[in-house]
Design a protein around this ligand. Structure first.
Ligand code: F3S
Length: 654
């Protein structure tokens, strides 16, 4: 049988391990990316590792998420990140250049490469036939050292697309349909590889909407072939030399197959408070909408925004709606400006925002009390927009524009009628204006050595966890439900995001919106265990959702299931991720119960640990879904200690 595209790329980067799905494989990583609200910890870790220059082909530090300088903290972070990048040989994409994933695909990505990014939507790059994996910041620091990276060999699922999207139906509908079918945890351990005549018709930014939001499936990543569409895109970017055709074999073997006929898709909407709560847009209750946001890396390509602008043509934003638009890159913004679409948006009363993530991660445009916000971004968790009593609905840019006009949910067809066919005429530009003047290139090594890293007063140390002990007897500091997201654990907003360089401060807000007393309670207990339900730690890759609890003394998380990136972050930061062997035991444990584990260090390598609830007087078993390498990291007390040991051994062998 032939090979899938995913398998071909992993084979070409193989270093060691097993390529059997579910087993551990070590691969060489070509590129990394970081962004400002997670990256300070990554570069502090890289400093602590003690290497003087990155050992990847290309690493880029994007300053793109939090551009609202509400106080000194974020500008200090940006200056730190810029100086650290200069010192270590990293490119910097300056504030205003664009959102990391959009810029990376356009200016750095190349088919066949492997990239790891400190952001869960790194799979965006799968749109050009790259294998792009979202990981925690410590993993990015590790990848920058050039050591082979561990990966659980994925199952590869073929998503075979036929037909063609109708006007008014966006690539967003493809990924919403996937979410409806697969659910937010159904993709765990999978790569979704899109093929077929329908896939061949999708332009690269349409593919990016699908691979980007594939993160919401819990998948390792998603990927499209590097075909004529990718050639056209890279040529339009003036980067034809980066192109090489890369396709799955015609008889490629897959672990499963999903069929979607694009012609049958209708406008869809993801309802609060999970991305997989998807229904047809026509079936959603027509409640008044207070905010519409057309923005984020997911859905603001040239064609996306131009189509939204055409829906607005001759109409105005409803007087009860605040409609904002945040375009993902300076390049796209200029193309839209040139072709008159920005004017059309302004004429319709749309408020143009800065080129940044902004509202997508709760930096501005918080919805009103009990408000309804309709967004083109990728997450609708409770509180994601900064107000836990608001409701977020996710739609395409065409549907968002129609909703802004009507003041309640509407499709583009309801606004445009027969004119909707005009949307089919809009495509990506044949040539993009390539201007890399907002990218700072790395210095030569001799010059880089002279650079002083600049640290503002908010930039504190990177906490290093203790090594685990044989005996643990600690209370349960929190019992959470299903689908706790990293937003629940570490809230986002302009204010909170600027605290992420200061763990002693940020940890005071751990679980702030979900369980406001948690931080004080955990600190008072000294050491504790968290109990979680299904899909614990879903959502953003932010490793602060592991670092903050670790700093507050959390030693283990015992849950029914744990999301992939978060599990890696827990391992890296010295919290042992454990899974109930019998999920029914979850119901027997209450907050503040005391849990006892004997011979923990001996039990960890067996992957089965016996825990006794001494308050209730019963014992239960937990499983550790850890690879051999992860077991070593756990026993070392986290990735930083492990990596230093590994690098010292490598140096001793030279
Ligand atoms: Fe930024 Fe939201 Fe994308 S936070 S990277 S626009 S998912």
């Amino acid at each position: 049988m032939g090979r899938s595209l995913t398998r071909k790329i992993i084979e070409s980067h193989y270093v060691s391990g097993s390529m059997v799905p579910g087993e551990e494989v070590f691969i060489k990583v070509d590129q990394t990316l970081t962004h400002d609200i997670n990256a300070v910890m990554t570069y502090l870790a890289f400093e602590a590792i003690g290497i003087d220059r990155i050992r990847t082909e290309c690493s880029v530090s994007y300053l793109d998420h939090n551009l609202l300088y509400v106080d000194f903290k974020t500008p200090d972070d940006h200056i730190y990140l810029q100086s650290a990048a200069k010192k270590f040989g990293v490119h910097v994409s300056r504030p205003g250049n664009g959102i990391c994933h959009t810029v990376h695909v356009a200016r750095f990505g190349a088919p066949g490469k492997i990239s790891m990014g400190g952001d869960s939507h790194t799979p965006h790059g799968g749109s050009i036939g790259m294998l792009c994996i979202g990981v925690g910041g410590m993993d990015v620091a590790t990848a920058m050292t050039g050591v082979p990276m561990r990966l659980k060999m994925p199952r590869v699922i073929n998503v075979h697309l036929t037909g063609e999207l109708k006007p008014g139906v966006n690539a967003k509908e493809v990924i919403l349909e996937m979410l409806r079918r697969v659910t937010i945890k159904g993709g765990l351990g999978n790569v979704y590889e899109y093929t077929g005549p329908g896939a061949a018709k999708l332009e690269v930014p349409q593919r990016a909407t699908i691979t980007n939001m594939g993160a919401e499936l819990g998948a390792t990543t998603s990927i499209f072939p590097a075909d004529k569409q990718v050639h056209k895109f890279l040529k339009a970017q003036g980067r034809e030399e980066a192109y090489r055709e890369l396709l799955p074999d015609e008889d490629a073997e897959y672990d499963d197959r999903i069929e979607i006929n694009l012609s049958e898709l209708e406008p869809l909407v993801s309802c609060p408070h999970q991305p997989d709560n998807v229904i047809p847009l026509k079936d959603v209750e027509r409640k008044p909408v207070q905010q519409v946001f057309i923005g984020s890396c997911t859905n603001t390509s040239y064609a996306d925004v131009a189509k939204a602008a055409l829906v607005f043509k001759g109409h105005h934003v409803n007087e009860n709606v605040s409609c904002t638009c945040g375009i993902a890159s300076k390049q796209t913004y200029k193309e839209l400006l040139r072709d008159g679409y920005i004017s059309m948006l302004l004429d319709a009363g749309v408020r143009m925002l800065e080129i940044s993530c902004g509202p997508c991660c709760a930096i501005g445009q918080t919805p009103p009390t009990e408000g309804i916000a309709v967004r083109t971004s990728n997450r609708n968790f409770k509180g994601r927009a900064g107000n836990p009593n608001a409701k977020i609905y996710l739609v395409s840019p065409e549907s968002a524009a129609a909703t802004a006009i009507k003041g309640t949910f509407a499709s583009a067809e309801e606004i445009m009628g027969d004119e909707i066919t005009k949307l089919a005429e809009i495509h990506e530009p044949e040539v993009y204006e390539a201007d890399d003047s907002m990218i700072i290139k790395p210095l030569e090594p001799e010059e880089a050595q002279k650079v002083e890293i600049v640290r503002g007063p908010n930039i504190k140390f990177l906490p290093v966890p203790d090594e685990p002990q044989q005996y643990l007897k600690v209370p349960v500091s929190l019992k959470g439900g299903d689908n706790i997201s990293t937003d629940d654990i570490t809230p986002a907003s302009a204010e909170f995001s600027s605290m992420r360089s200061n763990i002693p401060l940020m940890s005071q807000y751990c679980y702030h919106r979900y369980a406001p007393d948690f931080a004080a309670h955990a600190k008072e207990l000294g050491k504790s265990i968290i109990i979680g339900g299904e899909n614990y730690g879903q959502g953003s890759s932010r490793e602060h959702a592991a670092i903050n609890p670790m700093y507050l003394g959390v030693k283990c998380v015992i849950a029914k299931s744990i999301a992939r990136i978060h599990k890696g972050n827990l391992v890296n930061h010295g919290i042992i991720p454990m899974l109930f062997a019998d999920p029914a035991d979850y119901d027997k444990i209450d907050q503040d119960d005391e849990l006892e584990i004997e011979n923990l260090l001996d039990q960890i390598p067996t992957r089965t640990v016996t825990v006794t609830d001494t308050t209730k007087g019963f014992s239960f078993q937990v499983n550790l879904d850890l690879s051999d390498n992860e077991v070593e990291v756990v026993l070392c007390g986290g990735q930083l200690r492990y990596l230093k040991k590994q690098l010292a051994e490598m140096d001793a062998d030279k």
